[in-house]
Design a protein around this ligand. Structure first.
Ligand SMILES: [Zn+2]
Length: 304
């Protein structure tokens, strides 16, 4: 499972985002499926783990019979072939409606009450007995990761609304902008920019990490001026730096392996960053919630 419900805040948490926390309460998560609530345990969430983080059920445990999270894999498979917009409207875990950057400590504070989680208009009741009540619909995400995942997973549902502060466009289709290989372009509007990750490893400096992408300006079949993501990480903790470096290394390896195996999947890097006016090949980002990698098959259905 890629996400679970935080028992304290009653918010859905992405497994990948656990790597951003200084402390992970391994007993703090349950399945967010309707009428389920089976305890799930975070796995591979330590920054040094060389596997993507996830949640799993203890051995011998099962989801409740009516749990809809169980059905999410079927939905994902259907979503690759056609629109499942109706189902996405009632599945909080699959297709976020907006990006809301809240402080991560809200999620970790052990004495936090669920009250904070309800101030933002969720339909969940504050009492634990009702905690498994089905949420009304698509939720907000606390990082771009679940949004980027949904973009790749549901190619026939990119007409769904998506609200991100600072981005003028309002659907999945229009919020995302692929960086191409026909020279370096200027992008006056903020978008979620993305491209396939390059095979070359990121360059590490004290104050920044430079991640090359497999897009930009080509000459004589060589990428002479790749787009790069410049992560300004001077203020980051060592944990946060290690987490990103590890994710990038996992991502680079899985991308190379997929290409060598001639698989359809590739690893894409997504970012909300400021294009450097002095060097348009650079996008600068400093918030770790605004950069991520996702491994999937990128599809553009014909009718869109
Ligand atoms: Zn469940």
């Amino acid at each position: 499972m890629e996400n679970a419900l935080d028992r304290v805040t009653q918010k859905i948490v992405e497994a990948d985002d656990l790597k951003l926390l200084e402390h992970v309460d391994t007993y703090g998560y349950v399945c967010h499926g309707h009428a389920c609530g089976v305890r799930v345990f975070p796995r591979s969430y330590r920054p040094e783990n060389l596997q993507r983080p996830h949640f799993s059920l203890p051995k011998g445990q099962a989801h409740a019979p009516d749990c809809d999270v169980k059905g999410e894999d079927d939905l994902r498979a259907r979503g690759k072939k056609g629109s499942i917009a109706k189902e996405l409207e009632t599945s909080p875990g699959l297709s976020p409606a907006s990006l809301r950057l809240i402080e991560t400590r809200v999620i970790t504070d052990p004495i936090a009450t669920p009250a904070g989680a309800h101030a933002q208009g969720g339909s969940r009741s504050a009492t634990t007995g009702d905690a498994l009540q089905k949420p009304a619909g698509r939720r907000a995400a606390n990082s771009i990761r679940p949004i980027c995942r949904a973009f790749l997973e549901f190619p026939y549902d990119r007409h769904l609304p998506l609200q991100i502060d600072g981005v003028q466009t309002t659907t999945y289709q229009t919020v995302f902008k692929k960086l191409r290989s026909e020279g370096v372009e200027a992008f006056p509007q903020q978008r979620i920019f993305y491209a396939e990750l390059a095979w070359t490893a990121a360059q590490e400096h004290d104050d920044r990490l430079i991640i090359p992408l497999d897009a930009g300006e080509w000459m004589d079949k060589r990428l002479v001026r790749p787009y790069c993501i410049v992560v300004q990480w001077a203020e980051w903790t060592q944990t946060a730096r290690t987490r990103l470096k590890n994710e990038l290394e996992i991502a680079r390896q899985e991308n190379m392996a997929a290409k060598k195996a001639r698989a359809d999947e590739r690893t894409y890097l997504f970012v909300i960053g400021a294009q450097n006016p002095e060097d348009l090949s650079q996008f600068v980002v400093s918030d770790q919630r605004l950069i991520c990698t996702v491994h999937d098959h990128l599809v553009f259905p014909k009718q869109q």
